[in-house]
Design a protein around this ligand. Structure first.
Ligand code: FES
Length: 61
């Protein structure tokens, strides 16, 4: 499933960037050497980042 249609980023591409340390949507774009265009995906990317952080926090407990 695509998260960012402008850059052709799928959920798994975003997760790869998040697992590599991306903490902000801009860092997800940077990881994939692209940048926000329409920015409609930024809220979804933030949610994915928050969910990944929460999952890592619970895994560490
Ligand atoms: S959908 Fe991601 S920048 Fe447009």
């Amino acid at each position: 499933m695509y998260v960012c249609n402008c850059n052709g980023l799928r959920q798994r591409d975003a997760l790869t960037a998040i697992q590599a340390g991306a903490n902000r949507p801009a860092e997800v774009f940077r990881h994939h050497r692209c940048q926000a265009q329409c920015a409609k995906c930024v809220c979804d990317l933030r949610k994915m980042i928050d969910q990944a952080r929460n999952a890592m926090r619970y895994a560490a407990e």
